[in-house]
Design a protein around this ligand. Structure first.
Ligand SMILES: *Cc1c(COP(=O)(O)O)cnc(C)c1O
Length: 458
């Protein structure tokens, strides 16, 4: 008998208390934080949906593995164990540990790119884009058109636009240094890329003699979507699908803070011997010796186990279902969200929810502050505050004003998610009473992290 209730595929061995605060406490905390949820003390947050990066719960097996960490400077046992697990999944010849995904990116791009080069990707994540642009190269997004439409129900909204890929390689081929695909497409809402699309991207990239790398942060979540949605993939395991995804690429960058199920770590991997040699030289300069790359031996152990656990079918079924569950509750209550939900987050369309607040008054900030004030929930604005500031100092409304509810892995139970849904539906009912904000102080770059806000007068 198959029951309908999908349960958490774990039981809880160790708990961490979360702090309940009063509405008055939260109003004061927000005031101290200048209404910017990034400036809150995490302790004052009841349910923290700021990010799914490094915030997941490790398993008893991972915690046990920490004690097995070999802290030898060179050639540690933990490195060889890490290398063998990563190689089993990815098949790449060279496995280079790094302290985070962005370190892998920096090493790869610094080694590969020259000024004026172009990198093509479905959608570059912000650290990826920044690490390309710092080399005076261009990060160009070529996701399919459906990937930019919040209401399109295409099953693989993360797919690369093959026509644009081919056209760009035709017209500007000598400038394109690298073709990438981000799985799942984080900045596009955590949307998956199909195996068929990856096959074609590989074929086109190789036809033009360009290397093809995956930004593989959420490779397991992508593999689960492929298993669920792609014709002919239902009988394969997530591991087999992931292995094929990696086999189509020449290398990858990875943040172990996502599908590594670890709190820190990452890696760079590739087949090209000469490129790996140059990357390792830079690694030694800035991260560490090639068998630890800025990580402790125990981190390598935790990541190795995490990578084995993340491809478990029961885990992935629960993981993707728990996001969908929250999305369904919000849709049923007519809360506007980006559809279909991706693999790690639900995105509320704050502009549609709060049509009386113009983008210049930051509907995303109105929503994040209300969610915190009413229910102690922390979520992140992805809209005009994050993307609106132009290089010349003026401001332009972002394409969308979203609020992201990122769900940490294995951290919260179904009743936490029920509470989140109830709280958001409550905020949606009081939507007309919410007011916009203006910025009172902000730094010149990446202003969303530290800007301070004041509510506009009625
Ligand atoms: C998180 C992330 C990165 C960067 O990884 P860090 O470990 O945070 O440095 C790169 N690409 C994508 C798609 C990500 O989600």
């Amino acid at each position: 008998m198959d029951f309908n209730t999908i349960i958490e595929p774990f039981r809880i061995k160790s708990v961490e208390a979360i702090k309940f605060t009063s509405r008055q406490d939260r109003i004061q905390a927000l005031e101290r934080a200048g209404n910017n949820i990034f400036l809150l003390h995490a302790e004052d947050v009841l349910i923290d949906l700021l990010t799914d990066s490094g915030t997941g719960a490790m398993s008893a097996s991972q915690w046990g593995a920490l004690m097995q960490g070999d802290e030898s400077y060179a050639g540690s046992r933990s490195f060889y164990r890490f290398q063998s697990v990563v190689q089993n999944i990815t098949g790449f010849r060279h496995i280079i540990p790094t302290h985070q995904g962005r370190a892998a990116e920096r090493i790869l791009f610094h080694t590969m790119l020259a000024p004026g080069d172009i990198v093509l990707n479905n959608t570059h994540f912000d650290t990826t884009r920044a690490n390309i642009e710092v080399q005076n190269a261009e990060a160009r997004d070529i996701v399919i058109a459906e990937g930019r439409q919040p209401s399109s129900l295409h099953p693989f909204k993360g797919n690369v636009d093959l026509e644009r890929l081919e056209q760009t390689l035709d017209e500007e081929g000598e400038k394109v240094r690298l073709v990438m695909a981000t799985v799942t497409n984080n900045s596009g809402g955590g949307q998956p890329v199909s195996i068929e699309n990856l096959r074609q991207v590989r074929q086109i990239a190789h036809h033009y003699n360009k290397p093809f790398f995956l930004d593989a942060c959420r490779f397991a979540e992508n593999a689960w979507f492929v298993k669920q949605r792609e014709p002919g993939q239902q009988e394969r395991t997530p591991l087999e699908i992931a292995q094929e995804m990696f086999s189509l690429a020449d290398g990858c960058t990875m943040s172990a803070k996502k599908d590594g199920l670890a709190n820190i770590g990452g890696f760079l991997a590739m087949n090209d011997d000469a490129l790996a040699e140059r990357c390792r030289s830079l690694l030694i300069l800035t991260e560490g010796f090639p068998t630890y790359g800025g990580l402790a031996g125990y981190d390598l152990e935790a990541i190795a186990r995490g990578l084995e656990e993340v491809v478990d079918e029961d885990y992935l079924r629960y993981r993707i279902r728990s996001i969908e569950y929250l999305a369904e509750k919000l849709i049923a209550a007519d809360v506007p969200i980006v559809r279909p939900p991706g693999g790690h987050a639900v995105y509320i369309d704050a502009r549609a929810m709060l049509p009386h607040i113009p983008p210049e008054q930051y509907p995303g900030i109105a929503l994040t502050t209300a969610m915190y004030t009413e229910a102690g929930i922390r979520a992140c604005e992805i809209g005009t505050v994050m993307f609106g500031l132009q290089p010349d100092g003026t401001e332009k409304p972002a394409a969308m004003d979203l609020v992201r509810l990122a769900i940490p892995r294995r951290l919260y139970t179904q009743s936490h998610i029920d509470y989140v849904a109830e709280a958001i539906i409550h905020v949606a009912k009081m939507r007309e009473s919410l007011r916009g904000y203006r910025i009172t102080s902000a730094p010149a770059v990446l202003r969303h992290f530290t800007a301070r806000f004041q509510q506009v007068a009625e």
